[in-house]
Ligand binder design. Structure first.
Ligand SMILES: [Cu+2]
Length: 237
């Protein structure tokens, strides 16, 4: 190899993504389509367990609390995260500050999704001590006390991962920060519905992730300016 060839090769190697994560290229999407659908729970879901609020009752026990880890509303699965896993090029990633509230000693929303690299603002309007503790493999974990006077705290989630969050003060508090690889993500609402917009025409893998039920996926073909359907039915474990 001549010297120039060596230099070019070195430059290419240096600019390759180091994390092993597939590069995503964001830009303007013309004539994009939509992927919409719903996620259903197969079978009959167990009734959510009542949570035992044994601490700071005057603040935390104002309303009865139930386990949020599996919410099925009339057969519809709530709080599932829907993503396109294999899209390489599409709309721009917009990094906005997103908010996780701890009001009443419960995480709101229970599942928060955003593009990796976003900053999450964690709110403490309760006027008591919380301690946010993350459980992650890919991102560096955090474990931060949030005393009563500290109304907000910021944390940046750099890499794509579903990060579980717990409070070391209140054992029942549990939620998720889901950082995605690209801007195509949605969390299913109370009717289990989701919508992904401005998707360039093509065939993609659409994946559903749920904290208790795991992952399932299907191929979906999107045509320009049209709406493609992706319905899921996920069995309990
Ligand atoms: Cu807490």
């Amino acid at each position: 190899m001549n010297k120039l060839g060596f230099l070019v090769l070195s430059a290419v190697l240096v600019t390759l993504p180091v994390s092993g994560m597939a590069a995503y290229e964001g830009g303007d999407v013309k004539d994009g389509g939509t992927i919409s659908g719903s996620v259903k729970f197969k079978g009959s879901a167990p009734a959510p367990k009542k949570l035992d609020v044994g601490k700071d009752k005057e603040v935390c026990d104002k309303s009865p609390k139930t386990d949020q880890s599996l919410i099925v509303n009339g057969g519809n699965l709530v709080n599932a995260v829907v993503t396109i896993t294999d899209i390489k090029k599409g709309k721009k990633i917009e990094l906005k500050k997103v908010t996780m509230d701890q009001k009443g000693c419960e995480y709101h929303p229970h599942v928060l999704a955003f593009p990796a690299g976003s900053t999450v603002q964690i709110l403490n309007p309760d006027g008591i001590l919380h301690n946010v503790h993350s459980y992650s493999k890919v991102n560096s974990a955090f474990n931060m006390a949030q005393p009563k006077f500290k109304k907000t705290m910021d944390v940046k989630i750099e890499k794509p991962e579903a990060v579980e969050m717990k409070c070391d003060v209140h054992g029942w508090m549990q939620g998720w920060l889901v950082a995605t690889e690209n801007p195509y993500f949605a969390v299913t609402d109370n009717s289990g519905s989701f919508k992904l917009t401005d998707v360039p025409a093509g065939t993609y893998t659409v994946e559903v992730w749920h904290e208790k039920l795991g992952k399932s996926s299907q191929k979906v073909t999107v045509k320009a300016k049209e709406e493609a359907k992706a319905n899921f039915e996920i069995a309990g474990k």
